[in-house]
Design a protein around this ligand. Sequence first.
Ligand code: HEC
Ligand code: HEC
Length: 294
Amino acid sequence: MCYSVVANCLKVNRRQLLTAGAVVATCLAAGQSAIAQETPDYFRQNCISCHTIGGGRLVGPDLKNVTQRKDRSWLVNFVTNPKGVLDSGDPYAQELFEKANRVPMPLAPGMTRERAEKLLDLIEEESKLEESQFKGLQISNEPFTADDVTRGRNIFLGLTPLENRGTSCISCHSTYDLKALGGGLLGPDLTDVYNRLKGRASLSNWLNAPGTETMRPTFTGHPLKPEEIHSLVAYFESASKHQPADPATNRVMFLLLGLTGATVLMFAFDAVWKWRFRGVREPLVTSGKAKGEI
Ligand code: HEC
Ligand code: HEC
């Protein structure tokens, strides 16, 4: 937009050219702050499900002061090509990998060396703060209660709406618990997600900033509240002690529901069609016959 304003000004006269200069300056300033915000946003979307800065280990190590532990060029290489560095047999990467229970660090989308440099600058700045904005969710050590589990189940089922108006989980997910109707099939069954996403701290942080293809856009602008995450994780922890719903049962139920729906629709169409015939065509046909046209 800035550029079209400038272009239009250029066409007109010198005085307006000066105005255009001011517009350009404003645009540049705005652009700069957009770039400055871009790196924290990128970190939030792509890194905080596995890393905190000063909040302890999740799936990956706490990144506080990482630039003091290891030199920059190694870190840039690693962040831009984690698999390559690990596969090259690099002993430090091997050690990190073992400590992370052999979970490999994934390559983040759109990663470049320039972006990696900016991320390391950000981590360096945040490491100096008493409390980084990326210290992660503060997760209590209190055991979950039966009430937590019930609240989580109600949230999952959509019986308790999400405070920030996110879409209820059951629209896209099922668990062992939903044998009768089954949940949505777009997302994976979440019966075992507590173990799959490595327990309370990791799963909570994951839900605090889901970074995957469908989850991210679904909850951007509708973040889950910390209390909602607490209850959902309590529900998933209790669910993880069960076997997932048999996908075959789910499919049969969906099919049956689908068939019933289709039959009802067929009857409905049939009724409407008959009515249309009587209402519109029948008089035409009868009068046509009477006139000897048919
Ligand atoms: C799926 C989890 C996951 C995500 C997402 C992730 N990492 Fe990692 N990261 C790890 C793991 C695990 C390790 C330890 C090395 C290994 O196991 O491969 C690691 C290691 C690192 C290290 C080296 C840490 C050290 O102590 O030397 C840096 C730096 C790093 N990650 C930065 C990032 C950045 C920046 C992002 C976001 C662009 C990111 N990671 C996203 C899991 C993740
Ligand atoms: C619009 C559909 C949709 C809604 C609503 C939705 N999810 Fe998801 N979810 C997905 C999909 C699809 C995936 C698979 C990864 C992806 O594409 O994002 C997923 C992945 C996940 C995962 C990671 C599973 C794994 O095994 O890695 C978790 C945890 C999760 N969702 C929890 C939730 C919770 C909790 C809610 C409700 C608060 C919810 N989802 C609501 C579609 C949805």
